[in-house]
Write a protein that binds this ligand. Structure first.
Ligand SMILES: C[S@@+](CC[C@H](N)C(=O)[O-])C[C@H]1O[C@@H](n2cnc3c(N)ncnc32)[C@H](O)[C@@H]1O
Length: 397
């Protein structure tokens, strides 16, 4: 490599010039030829019109930066538009499936620990449930019923990056609880927010109009939920935890559920429910197709399946399971908006479309504590593969 490179420069009046040596001329001619060949082999793809309709200008810039710098498509962008339907179908099937999975285990853990929760909520007359990254709300259903029957449920606030996901959650809540539309048992408030950067303190702020709250500061408490392993998919989960902590009031509660690190969970990928292919498949049994919930944005970007192979595995260094596409040829993705900009991807580059960072029970607890939470409960499923944590904001007074 070194022998091929231009090694001699000449300097005149502070400017540098390539010295006109025979060796440099050979190197330059060869490089130009190679570049021409490279250009001819390059495939240019363009995102579809729908891509520009679905994502905001800021989101498109974020997608461009992530592709260009991190070689990653952040998972969150797969939940918008039709991507929400894919998640909904997948989560519905997990709920029906008898095999262990995050949806079922989350519901079991909430159920098993409801006595503890009741005792913590005991001093409060009313509870607002703030469901962050709501999905289709299936894992929250029984908890809502429980609070409703106890006469404690006040507001149900759903927060998600995807309006389509929020619409699905609202449709489900109406179907489960609101038989009389004129007098709904649960009124859903929904807000679009990106929890990797946007606070939702506006949704947890005390209700100044409530007579009960102004008489007694303890009357209402917020129960913030982050269910279904959402946190493990972020490159920087601690930033999300900070947004959540800062969006909580001094007495508010936080419940988080997650799949734990173990030799077994490192080996299994549950992209498809059992009815499709087999829940919790070992990685060697998976096909080379990209599951629809991750293919959504790859298709929108114009990256056709003939251009890539699908890879999934366990990354020991990152301690994460991952799903990525590996390019079979060099691609340029040409964006027309917000400005005309291209991202060049090389042949053999891998672009991550999903990751799940693994942490042990101790690491989950430490992460919460170092990020300003006070642990109240740490519980695990009988198989010790799933965990539920309940916490407050740690306060000095
Ligand atoms: C793995 S699903 C979990 C859904 C649900 N909580 C459950 O347990 O089934 C992740 C949910 O979080 C939402 N989400 C992902 N990233 C987000 C972000 N940055 N900001 C807000 N919501 C996000 C997704 O749209 C999706 O609804």
């Amino acid at each position: 490599m070194k022998a091929d490179w231009i090694s001699i420069l000449s300097q005149e009046d502070g400017d540098y010039y390539i010295a006109k040596t025979p060796k440099n001329q050979v190197t330059i001619t060869k490089t130009v030829k190679e570049r021409r060949k490279f250009k001819r082999n390059l495939t240019v793809v363009t995102p579809s019109q729908k891509f520009y309709e679905i994502y905001s200008e800021e989101q498109i810039l974020d997608i461009i930066d992530n592709l260009d710098i991190e070689r990653e498509i952040p998972r969150q962008y797969n939940y918008l538009d039709g991507g929400a339907e894919f998640w909904d179908k997948y989560a519905q099937r997990l709920e029906q499936d008898r095999a262990p999975n995050l949806v079922r285990r989350t519901m079991e853990l909430l159920d098993d620990n409801s006595k503890f929760l009741d005792r913590q909520l005991g001093p409060f007359a009313r509870v607002n449930v703030i469901d962050v990254g709501v999905g289709n709300a299936i894992p929250t259903q029984n908890l809502l019923r429980h609070l409703l029957e106890a006469g404690k449920l006040n507001r149900y606030v759903a927060i998600d990056i995807s309006q389509d996901m929020l619409n699905i959650a609202r449709r489900n809540i109406d179907a489960w609880f609101n038989n009389a539309p004129t007098h709904p048992a649960i009124r859903v408030e929904d807000y679009v927010a990106d929890i990797s950067s946007e606070s939702f303190r506006f949704a947890t702020a005390p209700d100044s109009n409530s007579a009960l709250d102004s008489e007694n500061g303890d009357a209402t408490v917020n129960l913030v939920l982050l269910l279904g392993g959402t946190l493990s998919n972020f490159r920087n989960p601690e930033r999300v935890l900070e947004v959540i902590r800062k969006s909580m009031g001094r007495k508010d509660f936080f419940i988080y559920t997650v799949k734990l690190d173990s030799p077994a969970t490192r080996q299994h990928f549950d992209f498809r429910a059992r009815q499709d292919r087999g829940a919790e498949l070992p990685r060697q049994d998976q096909s080379n197709e990209l599951p629809p919930q991750y293919k959504f944005i790859v298709d929108l970007l114009g990256i056709s399946e003939e251009y890539y192979d699908v890879e999934m595995d366990w990354d020991e260094r990152e301690r994460a399971r991952y799903l990525q596409i590996r390019l079979k040829r060099a691609l340029t993705i040409s964006f027309k908006f917000p400005s005309k900009v291209s991202v060049d991807l090389n042949k053999n580059d891998a672009v991550v479309v999903w990751r799940a960072q693994h942490k042990s029970d101790r690491e989950i607890e430490d992460m919460l504590i170092t990020n300003g939470f006070k642990l109240l409960l740490s519980a695990q499923s009988a198989d010790q593969e799933y965990m539920l944590v309940m916490a407050n904001r740690r306060r000095k007074v």
